[in-house]
Design a protein around this ligand. Sequence first.
Ligand code: CMC
Length: 432
Amino acid sequence: MDLGTTVLEMGGRQCILDVHPGTMGPHVIDIGKLFDQTGAFTYDPGFTSTASCKSAITFIDGDAGILLHCGYPIEQLAEHGDFLEVCYLLLYGELPARAQRDNFEYRLTHHTMVHEQMSRFFTGFRRDAHPMAVMCGVVGALSAFYHDSTDISDPYQRMVASMRLIAKMPTIAAMAYKYHIGQPFIYPKNELNFAANFLHMCFAVPCEEYKINPVLARAMERIFILHADHEQNASTSTVRLAGSSGANPFACIAAGIACLWGPAHGGANEAALNMLGEIGHVDNIPEFIARAKDKNDPFRLMGFGHRVYKNYDPRAKIMQKTAHEVLGELGIKDDPLLDIAMELEKIALTDSYFIEKKLYPNVDFYSGITLKALGFPTTMFTVLFAVARTVGWIAQWKEMIEDPHQKIGRPRQLYTGARRREYVAMPDRVAT
Ligand code: CMC
């Protein structure tokens, strides 16, 4: 579809801008020539109207509550797929045929162990360190251990680094957990699938047999699938920006982990569960709803609202179902936090403030309850998000590096500081 051009008039000068259609979703106005033709920049803090790249990986229609990976609806992938084939899909754009899948699984599982020297790296951290702090450090340190896969101009090294990151992330996350609770590290077991292996590395101890519960392993798998990618969110944009300078992929993923940690992004699952605990009882919900609506109170309902979804987050629906399945399997009949969550959701969905602002539960609202029931402490929640999102970060990084038009990301600014002035010697300065 040729959408032609649009014309922008400024100070009597006309600037002709191309308009590009996407296969779905809004068109974009190409402002690449704007500065040359008008001398002006655009201003869009938070990128609310700005596409930072072209991408063929993930599509979200926030108004309709639709999430597609390479065209496949998240509901179908979560119901029928497994995490490994979602990884393959994100990296290569198609679901794998049997032989492709087997080959992918073989390549991935042969990278699950980490360099033995890395286990000593952990002991440099305090036991009470937040596991996300440990993840930032240890994942960044991978580039100090795997020198043979840091040359980003070599497609083979890029592939090896990608496999290493996806495969080692669960191992590192489980090690961060084991270190935190003072238990010995458990080596990966390649006969188990991605999610079951992760549960094994987290919950097995050397003195006992650990039996995988298939319902819980399937729930873990679904959590990984639901968090695998989400187009140009803050952490993915961070990975792309870090990668645009030519930084190695281990460093870029460490940057993504740091960004994910914030409570407005991946840290929301931890914050949401803490909030449910703080509410404590369904009777206290009105007070917290009132606080969320109060302009003078910084409190927000964690797990509600999304920059893109102005409808129910499709991942939240699947997560809610998964939470019930896990609690049912574990025989947890009355979980007070689940009761509070369901009541809170009911009230928020009928409250005019939340309706007008289109604030719906997001994926983080029910994931905390599920992860807690699986046995994870709240501090591990964002770590699990990072394990799942690594493939999305890698797929987006790979797409960017392979784009022949790729340039270093270098935003402009609207300068609001002092005009040029002369240096003042210390004796002549007046404290302000
Ligand atoms: N509780 C109460 N009010 C809210 C909330 C909330 N959770 N979220 C947004 N609002 C209000 C906000 O005060 C603002 O009101 P007004 O227009 O009167 O100033 C309006 O809704 C729009 O909010 P915004 O902050 O301009 O929207 P945003 O797109 O910049 O923020 C968000 C999106 C996710 C950061 C925000 O909704 C939020 O802080 N939610 C809680 C944290 C959370 O659950 N984050 C997880 C996101 S999903 C997982 C992920 O992608 O990482």
